[in-house]
Design a protein around this ligand. Structure first.
Ligand code: ADP
Length: 449
């Protein structure tokens, strides 16, 4: 096992990793920018190192500073969390060159899945169903129109290097295609430094359903069921739940086993998520995330498996925590991502938290790094915290979520709590009857009222 882990992240996920380390008896090193000197992860870690000024590129993305922090503190492993350097294959390689463990998959798998075109080809080869689309990137000498017509409109132009919903444009008709191609390519070039784009059939009312996997790197892999993340705004997940209201045990086992087998064949190590769109009973692979995800607590609540702790154990050479047959999905869980944003305009609302009261009680979990008096800096994401609720059934879970949301107090800044309080009372949400465009349509309706 590792002696000392450096946590190359901030906010709630840094705290989440720190908790797993403490339970495992591993010493922790927090790193922070000058803007985060008072942050909770810094206060709770055994040691801390300031790695630079507020902008992420000068601090949390600053590889030389992180290496120096490892050197100074004698850390033997680095946990990257999510975002920042978590899916940077080069970072994993550099750590290994310095005899440091990267708590994550092999660099080759990060690289493979980071290129969405390669990822899709790999998925296809491994027997995972994919969205119909172009065979790889659309090159200038190819006639994109011919490919698009073959797929059938509407089509989606996507960036090969995409992430966070950027570099994605829909062409509803033939007339839209050229503009969609150039805007997506320009956006991809400026966001990722790579203008390559590919085409996919644009699914009209799919759900976003993702499968959590865990691999030991030696050909052993299990799946831990699914999370339904269909409630999204600008391709960003807002509310996640598991199990999905639309999957039965047979459908879950079928897609889960397909994904599990694929991970065994890849000899994948650590945690990963294979993301699908789901429409009319069919799954379509969109991408794989080779890291711990924001919404991982949903799976923890319904399986009882501590994903971050297992991630660390496995990175240190440990075995899978259980066999596939022994994985039991127990009850229902919902996560709300509470952001420091105006609940109507979604304008960021950084600033000082004057009052903070997290809800409690049976089946209620808060993953957050804020406290009363904490000042949310304007430089990073606007996540205040995740409210995660568990119940024996979806009905019980919704009841519990309703009262937990009503109990929660975050004053001094604007948050998206009012949005969740409304959503949890919406008939479509109560019925589980929503798709990936539902939330944006609902928000347009709210503005019109
Ligand atoms: P990113 O890596 O930028 O997050 P993804 O491929 O994961 O991109 O897609 C993000 C979201 O975009 C999905 O959850 C879904 O809402 C939407 N999306 C992606 N591909 C399609 C598609 N073929 N049809 C319809 N919506 C899509």
């Amino acid at each position: 096992m590792f002696d000392k882990i450096l946590i190359a992240n901030r906010g709630e996920i840094a705290l989440r990793i720190l908790r797993a380390c403490k339970e495992l008896g591993i010493s922790t090193v927090a790193v922070h920018s000058t803007a985060d000197a008072d942050a909770m992860h810094v206060r709770l870690a055994d040691e801390s190192v300031c790695i630079g000024p507020p902008p992420s590129k000068d601090s949390y993305l600053n590889i030389p500073a992180l290496l120096a922090a490892c050197e100074i503190t004698g850390a033997d492993a680095v946990h990257p969390g999510y975002g920042f350097l978590s899916e940077n294959a080069r970072f994993a390689e550099i750590l290994s060159d310095h005899n440091l463990h990267f708590i994550g998959p092999k660099a080759e798998h990060i690289r493979l899945m980071g290129d969405k075109i390669e990822a899709k080809k790999t998925a296809k080869r491994l027997g995972i169903p994919v969205v119909p689309g172009s065979d790889g990137a659309v090159t200038p000498d190819q006639d994109a129109m011919v490919i698009a017509k073959k797929i059938g409109f509407p089509v989606l132009v996507k960036a090969a290097a995409g992430g966070g919903g950027r570099g994605m444009k829909v062409a509803h008709t033939e007339a839209d295609l050229q503009l969609a191609l150039t805007t997506a390519a320009n956006e991809a070039k400026s966001a990722f430094g790579d203008a390559s784009v590919y085409l996919e059939k644009y699914l009209q009312k799919p759900r976003h359903i993702e499968i959590q996997v865990l691999g030991d790197g030696r050909g052993g892999a299990i799946h831990l069921g699914e999370r339904d993340c269909s409630l999204q705004r600008r391709h960003q997940k807002v509310w996640e739940e598991g199990p999905s209201p639309v999957l039965d045990a047979a459908a879950r086992a079928k897609i889960g086993n397909t994904v599990g087998k694929a991970m065994q064949e890849l000899k994948y190590i650590g945690v990963g998520t294979v993301e699908f769109l789901y429409e009319d009973g069919e799954f379509y692979f969109i991408e794989m995330n080779t890291r711990i995800q924001v919404e991982h607590p949903v799976t923890e609540m319904i399986t009882g498996i501590d994903l971050v702790l297992e991630q660390i154990r496995i990175a240190a050479g440990g075995d899978l925590p259980t066999t596939q047959d022994a994985v039991v999905i127990n009850g229902h869980s919902i996560e709300c991502r509470v952001n420091a944003e105006n609940p109507v305009s979604f304008r960021p609302s950084p600033g000082k938290i004057l009052q903070y009261h997290p809800p409690g009680g049976l089946g209620v979990r808060i993953d957050s790094a804020v406290y009363q008096g904490y000042v949310i800096p304007p430089y990073y994401d606007s996540l205040v915290g995740k409210l995660i609720v568990h119940g024996k059934t979806r009905v019980e879970c919704l009841m519990r979520l309703r009262r937990a949301l009503d109990e929660m107090v975050v004053d001094g800044i604007e948050t998206t709590l009012p949005l969740f309080r409304a959503l949890v009372r919406e008939p479509a949400i109560i019925d589980g009857d929503y798709h990936i465009h539902w939330l944006e349509q609902y928000l347009v309706g709210q503005k019109a009222d």
